[in-house]
Design a protein around this ligand. Structure first.
Ligand code: SF4
Length: 340
């Protein structure tokens, strides 16, 4: 199905859209995305904010800025926030995120759902954040094939494939709704790798998925392989196919229409929603910092304020024929069904 074209592709997309409608309904749920900090201890070879990229101006939002962004999310009726950050492992970082989670719950009187995406941590850290009130966690495997993973990361203990798998298992054990995802159109990646990625997510029995096209970043080691890449529009199409197939394979999970799709096609996220995605993450990071959280080039909306985004979300979703689940957490139905 990854090679579907013409009528077959149309049928694939029609089918994935109808599966979403039947198993998840017609609603798209919003998560206000707070990019807490672009400081990271890691050096992933594809990432624009990797430790060794000295061209990036590093920032760390103040706690007050985070809480203001959460307040904005609440007032915009988005229903949930995502706190995303470069990876840091320290007592100070653990304590800080724990505290921020508690304060967001307090300021919203428990109305905001909280997703974390703060990388690999110990079981104890995952537990503390969960007990503070975070209930979803996104940790992308990026490439589920060990050999490919190793080509995308430095060969050291800090970037271990096994550690990443272990963290996914710990997150599940802790009780989070578990999310992962991959990049599509990477150098050295084959169609077989992508098919295995889909099987990996199925085997992990994930609750949520965020996957997007790989977009090369100038200031990263992987950039030297840019001539081997398929054109951006093909990476985009392949991502839509991956979303559609995953929707059919895992009917009741949450699938995000990621920002990287919008970086290639201005209505890329809407196209993903049409064919099976049901989550959108409007950026609520204070506008002045957004330009510095570029994991890839051409990231959209980096020069806008959160209010600009709120204004265009509704119209964009309407275009897809879906409706917005305002003030709803929009938890993964798969997670809820598993608990029954
Ligand atoms: S992909 Fe994540 S962990 Fe890797 S360098 Fe970038 S921010 Fe850090």
């Amino acid at each position: 199905m990854l090679q579907s074209e013409g009528e077959d592709l149309k049928n694939l997309f029609m089918h994935s859209a109808s599966v979403r409608e039947e198993y998840c309904g017609n609603k798209v749920y919003l998560r206000g995305l707070i990019e807490l900090s672009n400081i990271c201890v890691k050096n992933c070879l594809y990432c624009g904010i990797r430790r060794d990229n000295k061209k990036v101006a590093r920032y760390d939002l103040s706690d007050q800025e985070v809480l203001q962004a959460a307040q904005f999310t609440l007032e915009s009726n988005y229903g949930s926030v995502v706190i995303q950050s470069g990876e840091l492992q320290s007592n100070e970082n653990t304590r800080r995120i724990e505290q921020l989670v508690r304060e967001i719950i307090q300021l919203s009187e428990g109305k905001l759902g909280i997703t974390l995406s703060c990388g690999e941590q110990t079981e104890d850290v995952y537990k503390r954040w969960f007990q503070a009130g975070a209930h979803r966690y996104l940790l992308r495997i990026e490439a589920s094939n060990r050999a490919l993973y190793q080509k995308l990361h430095p060969n050291d203990d800090l970037h271990s494939f096994e550690k990443r798998l272990e963290c996914l298992a710990l997150l599940r054990k802790t009780g989070y709704q578990l999310g992962t995802g991959v990049m599509i159109g990477l150098p050295f990646q084959t169609t077989e790798h992508l098919a295995d990625d889909l099987l990996f997510m199925h085997k992990q029995d994930i609750d949520m998925c965020g996957m997007g096209p790989y977009i090369e970043h100038n200031d990263t080691p992987l950039f030297e392989f840019r001539k081997t890449l398929m054109p951006l529009n093909e990476r985009f199409r392949l991502t839509l196919k991956m979303i559609a197939i995953l929707r059919i394979m895992m009917k009741d999970i949450n699938i995000a229409a990621t920002t990287a799709l919008q970086a290639i096609d201005s209505i890329g996220r809407e196209k993903a929603i049409r064919i099976g995605a049901n989550i959108l993450m409007p950026n609520v990071t204070p506008g002045k910092h957004r330009d510095n959280y570029k994991l890839y080039e051409n990231k959209p909306c980096t020069d806008e304020s959160a209010e600009d985004c709120a204004g265009c979300i509704e119209g964009r979703i309407k275009l897809t024929g879906a409706e917005i689940g305002y003030n709803e957490w929009g938890d993964s139905k798969r997670f809820l069904n598993r608990k029954k």
